[in-house]
Design a protein around this ligand. Structure first.
Ligand SMILES: [Zn+2]
Length: 278
C-alpha cells in the first residue's frame, strides 16, 4: 500500500514559521527584514508588561518592551499571529494552579481584547514547563505551546503543547539546516522549519545579518508554505479529520479547509466540505 503523506496548503510539501517573544522594539526591524522575503510567524506577548507610552530607556538598554500604542502600530502593519506568553512573564512551573491559570487566561483575555481576535497560542516564559502547566494550558483553551527545545529536524510536532523548534537563530547549524530544508525534494513526510528567538538578541549580538541571510536562503520557494504558527496548527488538525474508505479510494473532508495529500503517485486536493474519489 502506498504511503499517505500530508501536504500543506496548495500541495506544498514544506512549511516554515517563526516564533519571537516578549514584544520588544526590535520586532519592528525583524518584521521589515523577514516580510521583505515573504516569511511569517508569531509574536508571543506579555500583556501585563507594557511600559508607559512615554517610557525612556536608559542608554544601552537592549531589552526594550514596546508600550501598547507602539506595539499596536508595529504589529498592525504585519500579518503575524499574536500569541500569549503569560501576563507577567512568570514561569508557570512551581506556581499554584490558580495563579498559573490567571497568568495564562489574563494574558489571553487581554490580548483578545486588544487585538480583537481569538488567542490560542502560547510560548513558555523561560521555556519552563511541566505536566501540570501543560494541563493548565489545556484547560485555558490553549492549543499549542512552544518550548525552547531544538530538534534540528523538520518533523511535524506530535505534542503541540510541548512544541519544540527546529532551532534557535543562534544555533551554529542554522544555515546548514536552512540549506538542507530548501534542497530536500519532496520528502516522505511533511517538513516543517520552526525558528525561534528574541529580536533583541540581534541587536545585543549585532548580528542582524543572521536573520537576513536565513530569510534570503529560504524565501521565494514554490514548495514552501510561509505561515504563522496557528495556520500550521489548524491545517494539521484539519488534516487529521479526513475520513477515508478502507480501499483508500475515497476521502471525505468535513472541515472548512481545502486539504492536500500525496498517495503513491497521486497528488490529491480535497476541497473543504467535500467527498471525492481519487
Ligand atoms: Zn519571554
Amino acid at each position: 500500500m502506498p504511503n499517505l503523506i500530508m501536504r500543506f496548503k496548495d500541495g506544498r510539501p514544506k512549511a516554515l514559521t517563526l516564533s519571537y517573544d516578549d514584544g520588544v522594539e526590535q520586532d519592528e526591524k525583524l518584521i521589515s527584514i523577514v516580510e521583505k522575503y515573504g516569511l511569517k510567524g508569531t509574536f508571543n506577548i506579555n500583556s501585563g508588561c507594557f511600559p508607559a507610552d512615554d517610557i525612556e530607556y536608559a542608554p544601552g538598554t537592549i531589552h526594550r518592551r514596546m508600550p501598547l500604542k507602539k506595539l499596536l502600530e508595529v504589529y498592525s502593519k504585519s500579518s503575524w499571529e499574536i500569541a500569549a506568553h503569560a501576563y507577567t512573564h512568570a514561569s508557570l512551573v512551581g506556581l499554584p494552579a490558580n495563579v498559573a491559570t490567571d497568568e495564562i487566561l489574563r494574558d489571553r483575555k487581554e490580548l483578545e481584547r486588544i487585538f480583537n481576535t481569538i488567542i490560542r497560542g502560547f510560548a513558555y516564559p523561560y521555556g519552563a514547563y511541566d505536566d501540570k502547566s501543560v494541563e493548565i494550558l489545556k484547560n485555558c483553551g490553549i492549543c499549542y505551546a512552544r518550548t525552547v527545545h531544538s530538534t534540528r529536524d523538520f518533523r511535524i510536532p506530535q505534542d503541540w503543547l510541548r512544541l519544540p523548534a527546529t532551532c534557535h537563530h543562534n544555533d551554529p547549524e542554522l544555515m546548514n539546516l536552512a540549506e538542507r530544508f530548501v534542497n530536500t525534494e519532496k520528502c516522505g513526510y511533511p517538513m516543517l522549519f520552526y525558528l525561534w528567538g528574541h529580536s533583541y538578541e540581534f541587536e545585543a549580538q549585532d548580528n542582524w545579518d543572521v536573520i537576513e541571510g536565513f530569510a534570503e536562503t529560504v524565501s521565494g520557494k514554490p514548495d514552501i508554505w510561509y505561515a504563522t504558527n496557528i495556520e500550521i496548527y489548524d491545517y494539521c488538525q484539519a488534516f487529521g479529520q479526513l475520513i477515508f474508505n478502507t480501499e483508500m479510494t475515497m476521502c471525505s473532508n468535513p472541515t472548512s479547509f481545502d486539504l492536500w495529500f500525496s498517495y503513491g503517485d497521486k497528488d490529491v486536493r480535497i476541497p473543504a466540505g467535500s467527498t471525492i474519489s481519487f
